[in-house]
Write a protein that binds this ligand. Structure first.
Ligand code: ARG
Length: 275
């Protein structure tokens, strides 16, 4: 029998309001710089996402958006925080590089111990905590050497996973942590986004995982945020929502369609601060 939802635990999130949101460059296949972006709609969707977390009883802090950094709304990429230790992001593309120090400064100013990354990594876009393990993506953005750097810093085993489909360029576009409880860790993922070897690794570690369908994946349904019970997920990910319900989770559909034009969804906008 498959494990059921472990139950909600309080979360602490960092988000960045998309006041400077636009698509002015293209660094993933979702982005089309010739297409119109509606900043008002992006703001409304972002506020609904933030309010959803607040209504679920979670704590949300925000970082000041910086003009000229339209992707800063994707806070998940800004750092990785485990046991109160901050591993800074070091972005692959020059367009996003100033975001790394900006997020690091936010944490340093609040007294967090921060570690300046030597290796290219895009924060929680590619580094996900599930139970006692860290799953780390590579192939498009984060380099493998960053996985070793994160393991050394956090003292947790890091499992490297190879992404092979450019539409799922960050691990959090292809895999969602639905239970980070060390007693019952659980994930959902889209198998076609991974190399054969990585699929085999995931199957060994998580034999009961939810396998997302093509339509879940194209809706960016794997870019979901779970508190152990409630799972904020793109409304288009219907199969995933049904699979979550079957396991005792409560899917909470939140539409972030405007932010999808930049290649991100709910999880991309949400950096989890783990004390
Ligand atoms: N436009 C951004 C990029 O390509 C989107 C980042 C989405 N964030 C995420 N956590 N997957 O870098």
């Amino acid at each position: 029998m498959t494990a059921t939802a472990p139950g909600r635990t309080d979360r602490h999130y960092l988000m960045c309001e998309p006041v400077h949101y636009t698509v002015s460059y293209e660094i993933n296949p979702w982005m089309d710089a010739t297409r119109y972006t509606d900043v008002e709609l992006a703001l409304r969707q972002w506020r609904t996402l933030r309010d959803t977390y607040l209504e679920l009883g979670h704590r949300v802090e925000t970082i000041e958006p910086i003009a000229g950094l339209p992707d800063m709304v994707y806070a998940a990429n800004g750092a990785t925080v485990v046991d109160g230790v901050v591993y800074s992001a070091k972005f692959r593309h020059p367009e996003r590089q100033p975001e790394g120090p900006a997020y690091q400064k936010w944490f340093a100013d609040r007294g967090y111990v921060t570690h300046t990354a030597a290796m290219i990594n895009e924060g929680e876009g590619d580094i996900l905590v599930v139970g006692d393990l860290i799953l780390a993506g590579t192939g498009f953005r984060t380099e493998r050497a960053a996985h070793a750097e994160a393991q050394e810093l956090f003292g947790r085993p890091v499992v490297s996973l190879e992404l092979v489909n450019p539409s799922y360029y960050h691990l959090d576009t292809a895999l969602a942590v639905i239970s980070s409880d060390p007693a019952s860790p659980q994930i959902a993922y889209y198998p076609a986004a991974f190399s054969a070897g990585s699929r085999a690794v995931l199957n060994r570690l998580f034999p009961d995982a939810i396998l997302a369908t093509d339509s879940d994946a194209v809706a960016l349904g794997l870019n979901a945020v779970s508190d152990g019970e409630n799972v904020v997920v793109a409304p288009g990910a219907r199969d995933l929502a049904a699979a979550l319900r079957e396991r005792g989770y409560t899917p909470i559909p939140v539409d972030t369609s405007e932010l999808l034009k930049g290649g991100g969804g709910a999880k991309c906008c949400t950096l989890e601060i783990r004390a």
